[in-house]
Ligand binder design. Structure first.
Ligand code: ADP
Length: 384
């Protein structure tokens, strides 16, 4: 709600000192610009409980709260989730504390005894106004982001149909269905066919990401054997691996084949992307191995390559959208920088994780860790 139109402001005071609470309460009763409804929480725990009710327009939080501090409240109510201003109060001016509260995105910092009802009213209304404008901007950005996702989704859908048509007709001409094609033209047509395949891959990546970002993607768990899944992934990648003279081996734990519940179609695509990357970012002739480890709670599938590896300073952006890093092969191999972003979102939806580790002396290890606790036939939906 726009604070300029507010007549009634609900404030929660979190303070373990009853005298201080009574002083603030009396200031609040004297505020003329708006009616102040103040409530008191005398402990950290009570404060957290009331914050979770989300029923106040602003919070006044004392630094000292028994064995806890107001900083812990600021940490608990993460700045990105806060919709109301959190104002910290201390008994004495302490610039170190003031900086810490700023870093935790406190809306203001008040020293008890140094303000009256007029200053308090001003602090509260300015803080609410700033928060309101910030929220308006966030809402605008979210709307814009949503419109962008919609645009990408619609544009990719529209592009996919004609691009698929081009692939079919080119394929037919290349395969000689329209008569013999002279050698030079055939070479050019094959080049066009490969370019069109790349184009379709980009469209498919964009569509997958648009679907996951829109929150509309639903996954369904079903029992699957890891070995069957990995065999399918390797079969699918075999011609690519052969064209680069790369070998691939798989090791299962104790020759037993772990089973778990997950969306097989989605996890297959995740593994395909990781195995394909292991091949893309390795030189010709280098080998790849897949290792499966089976714990009580989780199954881990690690894809180990001896390729170009990833620079340490690139790692924080590894799973971000459109992240592509400079390496000796990056200009030679194509990519959108969307594969790992999508893969992480899918594995997150399963309650799992993707870990990265450098391989020694060269290369990368990507491990997909999937929990075994997911029930059969359950629906996985977005939580973020
Ligand atoms: P791309 O389509 O570019 O391959 P990904 O999202 O799959 O996109 O990967 C993002 C980036 O991470 C890649 O561009 C590459 O720089 C790096 N990367 C991914 N896998 C590997 C790997 N096995 N070895 C080295 N670099 C990798």
């Amino acid at each position: 709600m726009d604070p300029r139109n507010l007549r009634k402001v609900r404030i929660l005071v979190i303070d373990d000192d009853e005298d201080d609470w009574l002083i603030i309460k009396s200031y609040c009763s004297k505020i003329k610009d708006f009616t102040c409804h103040v409530e008191w929480a005398s402990t950290y725990e009570q404060g957290i409980e009331k914050i979770n009710e989300n029923a106040h327009d602003a919070y006044l939080i004392d630094y000292r709260l028994g064995s806890k501090t107001g900083m812990e409240i600021l940490e608990y109510a993460h700045p990105e989730r806060r919709r109301q201003p959190f104002i910290l109060m201390t008994g004495v001016l302490d610039s170190e504390l003031e900086w810490r509260s700023l870093r935790l995105a406190a809306a203001d910092y008040l020293v008890k005894g140094s303000f009256d009802e007029i200053a308090l009213a001003r602090t509260i209304s300015y803080a609410m106004q700033r928060k309101f404008i910030e929220q308006q901007r966030i809402d605008q950005l979210l709307e814009l982001n949503h419109a962008k996702d919609e645009f990408i989704s619609i544009a990719s859908h529209q592009l996919r149909t004609p691009a698929t048509g081009v692939k079919q007709y080119l394929g037919m001409v290349v395969d000689g269905f329209a008569g013999e094609v002279p050698e030079q033209q055939l070479t050019m047509l094959k080049q066009a066919y490969r370019s069109n395949e790349r184009q379709l891959r980009i469209i498919s990546d964009l569509l997958k990401v648009a679907q996951v970002d829109s929150g509309k993607l639903k996954l369904h768990t079903q029992p699957a054997q890891i070995n069957e899944l990995i065999d399918e992934v390797i079969d699918e990648q075999r011609s690519t691996l052969q064209s680069r003279s790369q070998s691939i081996t798989v090791a299962y734990p104790n020759k037993t084949f772990p089973t778990a519940n997950f969306d097989t179609h989605a996890i297959r695509m995740v593994l395909e992307n990781i195995v394909n990357n292991a091949s893309k970012y390795s030189h010709e002739g280098e080998s790849i191995s897949v290792e499966v480890t089976d714990d009580k709670d989780a199954v881990a599938i690690s894809v180990i390559d001896q390729g170009v590896g990833i620079d340490e300073h690139d790692l924080p952006r590894l799973f971000e959208k459109f992240s592509r890093f400079n390496n000796p092969l990056s200009t030679k191999v194509g990519g959108t920088g969307l594969g790992l972003y999508w893969a992480k979102r899918i594995v997150d939806m399963h309650g799992g994780r993707i870990d990265y580790q450098p391989n020694t002396p060269n290369g990368s290890i990507f491990s997909v860790v999937l929990p075994k606790s997911l029930p059969q036939n359950s629906e996985l939906i977005h939580t973020s």
